[in-house]
Every structure is written in C-alpha cells, then in structure tokens.
Design a protein around this ligand. Sequence first.
Ligand code: AMP
Ligand code: MG
Length: 492
Amino acid sequence: MTRSMAAVGWRFDNSYARLSELLCTPADPVPVRTPGLVLLNEPLAAELGLDAGLLREAGAAIFAGNELPPGAEPIAQAYAGHQFGHFTNLGDGRAILLGEQLTPAGHRRDIQLKGAGRTRYSRGGDGRAALGPMLREYVVSEAMQALGIPTTRSLAVATTGEVVMRTTPLPGAVLTRVASSHIRVGTFQYAAAVGRRDLLEALLEHAIARHDPELADLDAGDRPVAFLEAVVERQAALVARWMLVGFVHGVMNTDNMAVSGETIDYGPCAFLDAYDPATVFSSIDEHGRYAYANQPAIAHWNLARLAESLLPLIPGEGDAVIERARGVLDTYPDRFAGHHLAGARAKLGLATAEAGDRPLFDELLERMHRAGADFTATFAGLTAAVQATASGQASAAPLPFPDWADAWRARLAREPAPAAEIAARMRQANPLVIPRNHRVEEALTAAEGGDRGPLKRLLDALRDPCTATAANEPYRGGPPPGCGKYRTFCGT
Ligand code: AMP
Ligand code: MG
C-alpha cells in the first residue's frame, strides 16, 4: 500500500463478508490492461470520507479493480430472483463488493465494482461491462439522487483499456456503485431456498441492523413481519416517486429490488417523454410486464415473494402464519395510493386535501395521454403558470386542456396559501429537467468517441433539476420531432 492510499480515507468494516459463507464467495477483481478514470463524483467521495484529490491522482487503479483499497475484503454476493416471473439462482456475475465504508456521518455504505470480472456466479457471462451502460447508470442514478428519489449512487467510472464483445466490440469500463446495502428481495429468496432457518435468520438480523435498527428491540417472533412492513412501506413510497417523475425501471425482477428502498440496477431504465402509461423501453420486455403503469402492481408481486421467503421465521402454525404475512402485504395498495396521491397533490400545488383531487389528477393524465403531451413539460408548464400569477405577470404560454385548467384553477382558489408559496411547492414537485433519452444517448455516444464535453454538461444540467439554471436551460426541452421510439438494452 502506498502512503497516499492510506491517506485517501478508506475505513472498511465488512459485516456482510462475515455473515455467512453460504451468502457470498471471495472474489478478487480481475486486473485490466489500462485503467483510466473517466468520472469521479467528488461530492459523494467527500460524503464517504474519501479525499477526492488523492482519488483523482491515483484512484484509477482502484476503480478499475487493479489495486485493492486497504481494508477491502472483496466478495461476490449470492442471490436468487424471479426474472420476468421465473425463479433462477443468480448472484453477482459481474459485480464485486469491496466492502462497507464507514462514513464520517456514521453511515455504512457498500462499495461495489460493477464490471470487475468473472465470479463464481458469472455463468456464461464475461463479468465485464461496457462504457456506455456504466456511464448511463452514473448519469441516471445521480439524476435520481438530485430528484430526491432513493437510489444507489455512482462514485466513479473507470475505463479498462480492454474491449468487451457484445453485438459489436465496445470499450470496457467499471462502475463504482455505492449503496446502503445490496440486499435484494432475491437475497432473501436465496436464503429461503437454501432451506436453512439459521441462514435466513442471520440475513434478517443483518438487514434489520442495517436498515431498520429500531426493530432490533422487538421480540424475535415479531421482527420478520415488522421488517416486511418496513420494506413494503419503502417500496410503496419509492415506486410512487418513480411514477410521479415518469421513470420506467425496465427490469423489476426480484433480484433488482433492494430491501433498503433504494432504486437499484439501472439497466434498461428510461424516462417518459410523451405520457403513455403502456410505455416499455426495454427491448427484452416483449409482453410489457414492466411497463410504466404496471410498476406499482409488480412491486406488490415482488413483495409477496419477500413475504414468502420470510414465512419460515414467522411463529405460528399453517394458515395463521400466512395470514400474518398477508395482513402486511395487503396494506401495500393503500400505502402506494397514499404516497402517490400526496405526490400528485404536490404536483398540482395542493397542500390541502379534497376528495376531487385524485380524479382531477387522473383526468389530467388521461388528457395528456390522448394528446401525447410531454410528462415533464406539462407539469413544468403548470408550475410556470402559477409562478406567473404569483409575480403578477401574464402566463408566458397558454395552459393546456383549457376546461381541465379551469377546474384546476378553481381548486387552487380554495388553497389558503398565497400563490408564491404554491409556486414554490410546485417547483419542488415538478422538475424542469430529467435525463431525457435523446440527451443521454448524445452524451454517451460522444463519450464513447472520446469527447466527454456533452456528458459533463448533461451531469451539470441534472444537478439541480427543480431550479432554472444556465446549465440546465438547453436541457429542458423534449426530443426533437421524428426521434422515433426509444429502445433500451439489458445486460450490456
Ligand atoms: P441484470 O439483468 O443486470 O440484473 O443481471 C442479471 C444477472 O446476470 C445478474 O446475476 C448479473 O450478475 C448477471 N450478469 C449480467 N451481465 C453479466 C456479465 N456480463 N457477466 C456475468 N454475469 C452477468
Ligand atoms: Mg441485477
């Protein structure tokens, strides 16, 4: 270890590696030919207690997997999952967990290299990742963070100097992913499938310690259901947030759902431009299982798989056990609806509640669908109208759907808050910029060709999505006409 390496600030404590050898396998990153640092997230480095200056100088070797930071104990995690409804044993086939960094604020954060070479779970895969998809995960996950939506983070992207073979040869890269944990619904499915109660129990205790420490005080028999309830609540809140910004995850397999409630595994995800609830971007989602509008129901289905996995730990006999789990699962639709309605009200500028609010929001979506209206721009337009009223100006652009807008204005008139306050609320709920598909593609194509300018500008534009800034001004518009249907690809 060099002196500067020690000074970087690594402070690992690897509780998952100690948990059970049945849940993970030691796995060293496979060194690459020529490590090169493409992106380093300096604010995130600082949050983690790492010296960004030293990482910029000497971090490429670590972020490409050629050198291990002090205290790392690299492992690949085992998990299972329902992929498009079919159960499979999986595991980290191209990701290696270096360890858990203890941050100055007292948090524990997984540091994982994605694309770091083959592991025991790679099956036929090469364990590698291409530069485009790793940059894409960096851009979209950091955009989600800026939107205030729980997500795994991206610390760095390093190139490998090697080629990965996909349908064409592509430049290889490694993404350093940061997460409050990588425990998935599929991790519980794996532990349950092993059929050892002690393993499942150990995983549950570990997950509780990391995500729901307040549950540790409950009786052992009450913890599984309380944990299930906590995950149900986090997922209901998370998926509501996705819906309210037009995010389509694209591959909501149970192995891609984290019990932390963070958005994880940015493969074929994308944001809506024109509002259409049936939107599917992923080229492999032939039947639209993970279409925009299906996401709330799919999350519920995935949570039922978590509930099943926890059944062996719930005390009682037969149906009584199932009923306890079902009692919690059945709260999901109302929890989701509650979060979604609260968010919908915020988008419309409403702080009070009336029974007509849900139909008012649904009616707007219905009209947007029929008109093919842009999701983000429509809500930004409503915000601009209220802002204009607040500052006593005429609205710059006419409101869409005039009779709907009349009903909305009548509803707003019953809000006690002044227009300026309503406008401020709407600004926070209605981003001006999202990672538009055509902008992401443009940035990735340029970066693959060696020009990082568009990528840096896009990242700058996404940093403060709810405020009009010089950096985001060029990024607010929708796709140019004739852009065609956007397609994304998985496992690339
Ligand atoms: P995903 O669809 O990205 O969630 O991946 C599903 C499974 O395939 C996970 O277990 C991954 O680790 C594995 N996988 C994806 N790409 C590769 C690859 N290039 N090499 C090995 N395993 C992979
Ligand atoms: Mg995955």
